[in-house]
Design a protein around this ligand. Structure first.
Ligand code: SAM
Length: 184
């Protein structure tokens, strides 16, 4: 089995990716943006879900981009563009084109990123956050931009062996915030 290379902050846990992608409404041929892609794990799972997806993976850290490129090669992701840049600097550029669905795993400059996604009429936006301050900022900003749909608080506990039996160990709680454009 192909092993995913890791980088600090990633990969996002598979259960969180599964719920996040289920909220994104990915469709065949859509243009998917992985903002703060880290390892590229979310893009890899998205490409397993829908055919002909066009991926744009962005991370401000060169180290993350290098890992994403290696993972894309290992998982045979051929339909992706990868950008090593702060996302608010590139998303608004005309050559980036249209944006259908955006997963946001990194929240630096999040207000500006959400403004650009709203300007570009991204149909669905799903954001992962761990900090309560981020959650409040994102919900307020999405409401201001008429994007806010719902927020989820997810806690996964995973089985772990204990003296020959099984216990459950909790993973860190994650907030998933969902935005849709054209709500009204
Ligand atoms: C928690 S990690 C993402 C993990 C990723 N979803 C995965 O599965 O590997 C957050 C990443 O977002 C990046 N990041 C944060 N804000 C960003 C921004 N505004 N533009 C680009 N990258 C950003 C960080 O460099 C970091 O690599």
């Amino acid at each position: 089995m192909t092993e995913l290379l890791h980088v600090s902050g990633g990969p996002t846990k598979p259960e969180i990716i599964a719920v996040s992608l289920s909220k994104l409404d990915l469709t065949d041929g859509c243009r998917f943006f992985d903002i703060g892609c880290g390892t590229g794990a979310v893009s890899i799972e998205a490409s397993k879900m829908v055919r002909d997806i066009s991926i744009c993976a962005i991370d401000a850290r060169e180290e993350a981009i290098s890992v994403t490129k290696k993972n894309f090669e290992a998982f045979k992701i051929n339909n992706a563009q990868v950008f090593s840049v702060e996302s608010s600097e590139i998303l608004e550029k005309q050559e980036i084109g249209s944006i259908d669905c955006a997963f946001i795993g990194g929240t630096k400059n999040i207000s500006r990123v959400l403004e650009v996604l709203a300007e570009k009429k991204a149909k669905s936006i799903v954001l992962n956050a761990v900090r309560i301050e981020t959650v409040v900022n994102v919900i307020n900003k999405m409401k201001e931009l008429d994007l806010f749909e719902e927020a989820l608080h997810i806690i996964v506990s995973r089985s772990a062996p204990i003296t020959g039996e099984t216990m459950f160990k909790p993973e860190n709680p994650i907030y998933i915030i969902v935005g849709k454009s054209g709500k009204n």
